[in-house]
Ligand binder design. Structure first.
Ligand SMILES: Nc1ncnc2c1ncn2[C@@H]1O[C@H](COP(=O)(O)OP(=O)(O)OP(=O)(O)O)[C@@H](O)[C@H]1O
Ligand SMILES: Nc1ncnc2c1ncn2[C@@H]1O[C@H](COP(=O)(O)OP(=O)(O)OP(=O)(O)O)[C@@H](O)[C@H]1O
Ligand SMILES: [Mg+2]
Ligand SMILES: [Mg+2]
Lengths: 228, 228
């Protein structure tokens, strides 16, 4: 499903160059549940953005379902992201002055389905993400940190994407709420979705089948989760 | 040092009222190290904003060093915040297009000290927060999530505030980096600072002397940390 070879990503800030990724090669099959762990600044979010076709590598190759992503034009990339990928961002990226419901319904706008049906799907996604119903008409800048995180998760799930990329989805959540999220991701995994999850919490990585550890822009280890 | 009686906070969204705090009473002595824990949406950040004089309660009383905060005018409140309180926000609140150094030096602008000295203090604060030196000239929107979090922590520490209010300061950090932060907070505590920390991680709350648990806008329990 996903195959990268020797991905590098170099950021230029003035004359300074930062090598965020220094040669990442990995293969993820359809239906896998993978965690990516590693120290702060090691390149996890950078890798995730490339895997989600939101950013391009400086060098190296990236194939998504056998298509070389570097050969796709902007329209093809947008279509790929909208139909196949659900992205939970580390900093949520919600529209602050739109309601929770509107935020979650956003990815469905390009589909030809009516408002009633879009709203039904949003309610189902929010239920999976464990957000209480009395929050649904709040604007997203009227929420607690963990509530925003759950809206961001619901939005990623709404178009039932084949691949879910989640960047620290439980960073602002207490244990009980984290469990609700992880159970939702496990259900999706059972239904055949591919889950790639960045986390710094060992208890969260423990839900996955395979743990890839990144340090300073390279893969340090890539192992099956012994506890599962 | 800090005393609140029956604090309430009610948000109005349209015709809907949300009672974020429903009667909080507590006393925190100078030099204590307190954690506030509780489920997502329980009112922790709301309470923190009131304790940091960034927001006013709907009812109830709040005394800071024996001054009734509701009687202070805007200038007095600004002065209080700048000189006595260091605030680490749950969503960092950095200036995205200013460098790391400029962001950290910001709270010192009102003091009559030269740029050289402000820069020295910023370097010391960043060292405590464990941010690598090669990040110091990045703009804050060119950082990883955990790096932004550390800049936000350094900025809170730079004017050596008597009271440090930290809202989920380790939410985006791996274990090792979290330890660096907690050691810095413990050093400050040893030097007489008052630390009030919101966290959803038990290992982080374990560093404190007292743990206050909040649920649905009220205090559920308030106990000494048995492990310390
Ligand atoms: N501006 C606002 N308008 C309406 N409701 C609000 C507003 N800000 C916060 N709330 C609500 O107040 C309640 C408490 O929010 P608060 O941010 O204090 O929670 P929290 O304990 O910090 O949660 P988390 O652990 O998720 O950060 C939440 O239910 C939230 O939706
Ligand atoms: N736009 C940018 N310009 C320059 N450097 C950048 C930029 N974005 C990220 N970086 C750097 O690239 C490195 C990797 O960043 P990345 O966000 O991938 O880390 P991460 O593993 O997700 O960290 P965290 O766990 O803190 O979220 C970091 O050192 C960061 O400072
Ligand atoms: Mg990251
Ligand atoms: Mg909060």
């Amino acid at each position: 499903l996903i195959e990268c070879q020797d991905l590098t990503k170099i950021y230029k800030t003035g004359d300074v160059e930062t090598a965020a990724l220094r040669g990442i090669s990995l293969t993820i099959e359809k239906g896998e549940f993978v965690s990516i762990i590693g120290p702060s600044g090691s390149g996890k979010s950078t890798l995730m953005h490339i895997l989600g076709a939101l950013d391009t590598p400086t060098s190296g190759q990236f194939f998504l379902e056998n298509a070389d992503v570097s050969t796709l034009d902007d329209d093809a990339l947008s279509e790929l992201r909208r139909s196949k990928i659900g992205f939970v961002f580390q900093s949520f990226n919600l529209l602050p002055r739109a309601t929770v419901l509107r935020n979650v319904m956003l990815p469905l706008l390009y589909l030809n389905i009516g408002e009633m049906q879009r709203k039904q799907k949003a309610l189902a996604a929010l239920k999976s993400a464990g957000l209480e119903e009395d929050r649904y008409y709040n604007l997203s800048n009227q929420l607690s940190g963990g509530q925003m995180q759950r809206v961001s998760i619901a939005r990623a799930l709404i178009n039932n994407p084949a691949i879910i990329l989640a960047d620290e989805p439980t960073g602002n959540l207490d244990t009980k709420t984290s469990q609700v999220i992880m159970e939702a991701l496990c259900r999706l995994h059972k239904n055949g979705h591919t889950i790639i999850l960045i986390t710094h919490e060992a208890e969260i990585a423990a839900y996955s089948e395979r743990i890839i550890s990144i340090r300073d822009g390279i893969i340090e280890s890539d192992k099956k989760n012994a506890k599962r």
